[in-house]
Structure formats: C-alpha cells, structure tokens
Ligand binder design. Sequence first.
Ligand SMILES: [Zn+2]
Length: 536
Amino acid sequence: MNIFVFGIDGASPDLVNRWIGQGHLPNLEKISRSGISGKLKSTFPPLTGPAWSSFQTGVNPGKHGVYNWLDTSSSYEGKVINSNSIRTKTVWSLISTYGGRVGLLSLPVTYPPEKVNGFIVPGFLTPENASQRSHPKDLMRELEDSFPEFDHYVREYMGGSKKEWVGYLKRAAASRGKASRYLVKRHLFSSGSESDNNLFMAHYFATDLVQHFLWDEVTEDWDPRLDVFKQVDEEIGNTMEIAPDNSVFLIVSDHGFGPIDRIFNVNNWLRKEGYLTLEKSAKTLMKQTLSRLGLNQHRLKPLGEKIYPIVKNLGLVSGSIINASSHPALKAFFLSDRDIDWSATAAYSKSDIGHVRLNIAGRESQGELEGADVNRLTGEIKEKLKEVRIADTDQKLAEWVKTKEELYCGPYLKDAPDIMFNSLKQNTLGFGAAMFLSDELFNTPFKPGNHRRNGVLMATGSGVGSGNVNAEIMDIAPTLLNLFSFPIPEQMDGEVIRAISSSEPRYSRPEDFYRSREIREVPEDSRKKLENLGYL
Ligand SMILES: [Zn+2]
C-alpha cells in the first residue's frame, strides 16, 4: 500500500468546489469525481498549529497540548510551539514502529524532526539557523543543492507589487512540487529501502498566505487566490503521475478561509468589564491617555502604511507591515501586555482566535484565582460573552461560547484557554494579541481574510468509495493506520473514515502514547515569522 497525502493549507470547500465547477482545478476535480469529497472539520481554534497537531496525532488538543501558536503554560509571554510541544505519539512514529516508511515535506509543527523510518523535511516554524533542519540531517542540504530556490518558508507579503508576490508564491509551490517528486523517487522508493507500506506527504503553505493577505484583491480580471491554487493543483497532478498503481491519494486542509470585516479586541472588552487591570504607573497612564486621544496602532495604521515602505527602503525596519504594527519595540509606546497589572487581573487573551484565559493560581505565574472563584468567573464571563453585540448592530458576536471542558478532554486540559467563542460566522476575528491596538471594542482588521472551521477532504485510489463524505481532522491519523492494516491506539479520538479505508480496524493500547517532551527554547526568528503574519 502506498499513500500520498497533499496538505493544502487553508483550502475551503466552497471556494475549491466553485473553482472545480469552473474547470480551473482539473486534478482536484479528477480526485473528487472518482472518489470522495466533503468537509474536514478543524480544531477550535481553527489555527494551523493546533490543527496540524491534531492531524498528526488523531487526538483533540486536550490530549496533545497544542492550543495556539504560543505555549503559555510557563509564562505570560509564552514560547513559540514546535514539534516537542506535541505531547502525544504521532502517526509518523507509529507507522515507523510497525515497519512502514514515512516521508514528510514541509508539514508545519514537525521541527525538530522526529527520527522516523524515512525522512522529514520540516515546514513552517523551522528556525533558519537550526542545526538539525531535516531527518536525516544531510537531506536538507541535498535538497538545497538540487533546488536552490527551495526554502522551509514561504515569505509573507512585505509590501510592493502584489502580482510579483503572487508570482513568487507560485514559484514556491512549484519548487515544493519538484522537491516532492525528487524525494519520492530518490528516498521513498529507492533501491534498498523498499517497504510494503509507504506514506508520502507534501504540504503547501502559499494557499494560506495568499488568502490572508489578498482576500479582498479579487477583481473580474484577476483572482490572486486562484493563481496559487491552480499551481498547487498542477503540482499535485504531476506528483500523482509518478505514484505506483496501488496508491491511495488524500487531499486535506487544516481549516477553511473567509473574509474578515472587523476585529473584536478581547482584552479591551475584558478591561471594560473589569476583569483586566492596567498598571497605575506614570508610563502606562500616559500610554492610556495617548490611546484615548487616538495615538494608537489602529488609528496610526494608515499613516504607518505610507511611512513604512520609506523606512523599510532606508533599511530601518524589516519584515512585513503587519509585523510593524505589532512589533515588540512598539510596546514602549503603545498599550500592550507589558502594561497589565497581573496581580489585579482575573482574565486575559493571547493572540487569535477567540479565547479567554483566567489568571489561575499555580498555572499562571502571578495567578490569584482558585477553586470556586475559577468556576464562578468562568460562568460569568461565558454568559457575558454570549450577550456581546457587534458595534452598531443588534447582531450577537458569538455563534457559541464554550468552556474548555465542553470542547476538549485529556491530560493537558488544564493548559487550555478556559473560555472559547466563535465569532467567525459574523466575519469577526476575536483577537487578543499582545497589543491593545486601540481603545475600542471593535476595529477594522489588519488582514482581509482569516480562517474558518471547515477545510476540505478528498480521497481517491485503491479501495476508496465515492460520494460526499464529511469527517474531522482527527480522523485522518487512524485512517492512515487502517489503510496500512496497522493497529490504532485506543487513545486516539478520531475514527477511521470507512469510505477511505473499509477494512475492520484493529486496536491497541500503547502505554507510551502520552510522551513528555522537553520544550526547548527556539531561536527568535520563529517568533518573527508569527509576528509577520500578525499572529502575536
Ligand atoms: Zn493553516
């Protein structure tokens, strides 16, 4: 059995199906027509980090411990996640244990790479100066020698010509396609390393970036999103051509995409409701006054957009314009998490999407809340969030508000955000970045597009059924194991998608399923990547 998985970051069922209907994506069309096609429900929050972590483990975030881009279990500042943050066995290590071969290209949250039977070239959040950039160690150098344009990263939009940036995204997707075919031929099916069970997965990130930055740039003549999707479709088709006859092909995305009309500033709301208190220092009071007078990041953004290209050309700043609006250096001038009086704060929010954390004793470094207070405040904030209306409308902000116990289960539940709410249906991003942005509850967004809960699922090939099939992102890992006839750990939450793998599943109960991994400090440049994307 040979399995090929293509991860298209942020692909939405509605957009992809529309483009298929218009004949723009012939390879995805072939896959969906000959096999199954439907929605793949993501984690909440539908963020690349936790979503691909659930994909790799078959469990909900309460069991793998990744809830966000930042692991805030040891400090308010948090540490950028990496593969060591995933505290559950991955499907890659299980497949390796059972004698299968695994080859991964550019999947997020796979750095540092596990020592699988096969290879891992990690994706997004791999530090540029890392000593172990791939497994085996020399593989990354070999790839760079063969494809000088290959990079762990796909660069975010940094200003300048949008057409040129889209051209770059297409080249980045093409180089991942070429690298895929090289790796499959040379390192998965090469002589001396044959296995009966081989899995190859390639991840395309350009699709996520183009939607974040250029969602609102679609005109009658040009849809930048489609340009990138067409290139990815072509790469998938070309890679499928070199696959052996008895192969199964899966198309998966970690979440969908949609327009964002406004930001709901969670920390401003918590402050207005009295759950979050600012320092009384002269400096913080001054920042507060300036913010009220309009000297805040939000109001200054249009001015910043004019000034930014000039100072960038002068070499005074680097990174994207979004980075400039949330840069740590700006915390000296604008209200940020540095101005929070933690000893007098009961609740706060960190980076998107839609959550509130309580300041709990024993978990947060300056947490004061205990026992009954935690329960009382959880209930109180949950009820208040349900009643929040979008500014100047009587529309409710949140489609739903849930506690962590209602969303997750598992040994790492205590690290989860305590209350979560989904405002994406209202095209609103619940945002709790490090900066306060303004004095308002609602602002216009910095990026025109953001995530939605439903991604795409398609499959075709040996033994795969047909028709419309919906599943959850946690279902992929047990399905891959079942396709190889390997036992599935009972601890996995996902279920085998029987339309993809119809054989009766076998189960096991590995004792080392939950593994404790040290979270090593990652170099600063991973944090910078997230700042460029406006995540922190
Ligand atoms: Zn994503």
